[in-house]
Design a protein. Structure first.
Length: 324
């Protein structure tokens, strides 16, 4: 089965999930399977081996009800590189505007024949809901402020490549913690791998939901700077807020923006990541975003590898479950 890419090895016995809804539900072992397989796809990508036939004859639909640049494109590319065809559903030009429900939309798309749906929606839980109504694999590409599992995976893969084992490493997640699905997926994944996580942001944007997971909280970036090995700089999710959480962008940037002066106070080999889109001059100054410590574009390449691994694994599990 893996003749295309022998390094993938046999399909992992312990991978049994035909859907990927979040990192919260994964065991540490499942998380490691995903990261290891993603690394195989990343190595192949770097060596110029980019086209495989694992999912040949399959169709994958990207069902996005919110905007996206990286996630949607990389899922479409991942499908194509695995030999599948990818079809994009665009909410704004669909019959949703005529009153069709999300579930009916998904059932109709599945009736045309597809093996996976990549779902992004502003309401938490929509991907989970769809698993109860369709037979294809459902992959969560971001559900409201709940989870964005493939972003969490690509962030962690990038950290693992640069820092090795993450056990005992300290990761600061900075910014709009309260509304960020990326922060949630990072927290679930990183804690399972033994990393220390510090959520840092203004009091109005920090949710204490993970206290029981052992996540630390801080409202002062300057305080945590000397301790962190990685900073994940989040965007402020204005689209999920009804009132302004701080007096001005300039003030936010002054207190929580990463700039050249703050780099001097940090560990010498601090790794800077950001999920994108970045707002230059707000959470990161251009010299930091484009500087040697930033892995932002490398994250994007890892995103493709992660999505190939997720599609390969969930499809393998689906085939096994549906053949029983
Ligand atoms: N692209 C990420 C997401 O969809 C982060 C962001 O939008 O700021 O959650």
């Amino acid at each position: 089965m893996n003749n295309d890419l022998p390094e993938l090895g046999e399909f992992p016995e312990n991978w049994k999930r035909m859907h990927l809804l979040g990192l919260e539900e994964l065991t540490r072992e499942e998380l490691l399977i995903l990261l290891d397989k993603a690394q195989v796809f990343r190595n192949a990508f770097d060596e110029g081996r980019r086209k495989f036939s694992f999912l040949s004859g399959h169709t994958s639909v990207t069902l996005f009800f919110e905007n996206s640049t990286r996630t949607r494109t990389s899922f479409a590319l991942a499908a194509q590189r695995l030999g599948a065809s990818s079809v994009a559903f665009t909410a704004s030009t669909s019959s949703l505007s005529k009153g069709e429900s999300v579930v009916d939309t998904a059932k109709n798309l599945e009736a045309m024949g597809c093996e996976s749906m990549i779902v992004r929606h502003s309401t938490p839980g929509i991907p989970q809901l769809l698993t109860e109504h369709v037979k294809c694999s459902i992959i969560n590409a971001g559900d409201g402020a709940h989870e964005h599992p493939t972003q969490g995976l690509l962030d962690i893969l990038t950290m693992r490549q640069r820092l090795g084992n993450l056990e005992g490493k300290t990761v600061g997640v900075v910014g709009d913690i309260a509304h960020s699905r990326v922060a949630r997926s990072n927290a679930w994944g990183l804690k399972k791998l033994g990393a220390n996580v510090i959520m840092c942001g203004p009091a109005t944007l920090v949710s204490r939901r993970w206290e029981e997971l052992g996540v630390e909280f801080s409202h002062c970036l300057d305080d945590i700077l000397p301790r962190v090995d990685v900073l994940n700089m989040l965007r402020i999710q204005f689209e999920r807020q009804y009132t302004s959480p701080f007096p001005s962008i300039a003030e936010y940037s002054f207190l929580y923006g990463m700039n050249r002066d703050r780099l001097r106070a940090a560990k010498e080999n601090l790794l800077i990541i950001a999920p994108g889109p970045i707002n230059r001059g707000v959470e990161l100054t251009p010299e930091v975003a484009d500087g040697p410590q930033s892995a932002i574009l490398d994250q994007v390449s890892n995103g493709l590898a992660v999505r190939m691994a997720v599609m390969w694994l969930t499809d393998g599990a689906r085939t096994r479950i549906q053949c029983l």
